[in-house]
Design a binder for this molecule. Structure first.
Ligand SMILES: [Zn+2]
Length: 155
């Protein structure tokens, strides 16, 4: 049985992935699949012209994984400022793992890891968690949007 199912997401009203059972921290949930392309292709192709950075993973100094395909189910995972999963890579493989225990029925979420730049407002975040900074920006850069993220959180 798969650890996830596709369901309409509360975050962006499109589809997302939901846990079908309780998942322990550290569990590999799904492979992030796509096509391996050279970093030069990324630089030169119009397809990657800034609007879809969320599907690209730099694998090493020469290659990138492009996950922008309908058969890449992991590409449906939404960003959250309090994500319960994260991307992990080794060699040419990327997968999504639980970074804390996840309860059955919870939506699976990742940190898209966007850097902070002048275009950050292009990507508003609708995760709705109390840690939401309003935009899809990686955890380490959120203090640039809101000072309260400068202090490490005590939960
Ligand atoms: Zn958010």
């Amino acid at each position: 049985m798969k650890l996830y199912k596709i369901k309409k997401s509360k975050i962006d009203n499109k589809r997302g992935l939901y846990a079908t059972k309780d998942i322990k921290e550290g569990t590999k949930i799904i492979n992030y699949i796509g096509k391996i392309i050279s970093n030069r292709e990324v630089e030169e192709s119009a397809k990657f012209d800034n609007n879809k950075p969320i599907y690209l993973f730099t694998l090493n100094s020469r290659y990138t994984l492009d996950g922008d395909f309908h058969w890449n189910t992991a590409g449906l995972i939404n960003h959250s400022c309090s994500n319960n999963c994260d991307y992990e890579g080794k060699g040419f493989k990327v997968w999504v793992s639980a970074i804390r225990d996840i309860k059955k029925g919870e939506e699976l979420t990742c940190d898209y890891g966007f850097g902070f730049d002048k275009d950050y407002k292009q990507f508003p975040c609708k995760c709705g968690t109390k840690n939401c900074c309003g935009y899809i920006v990686r955890a380490g850069s959120r203090f640039r949007i809101n000072k309260k993220f400068a202090i490490s959180k005590k939960n």
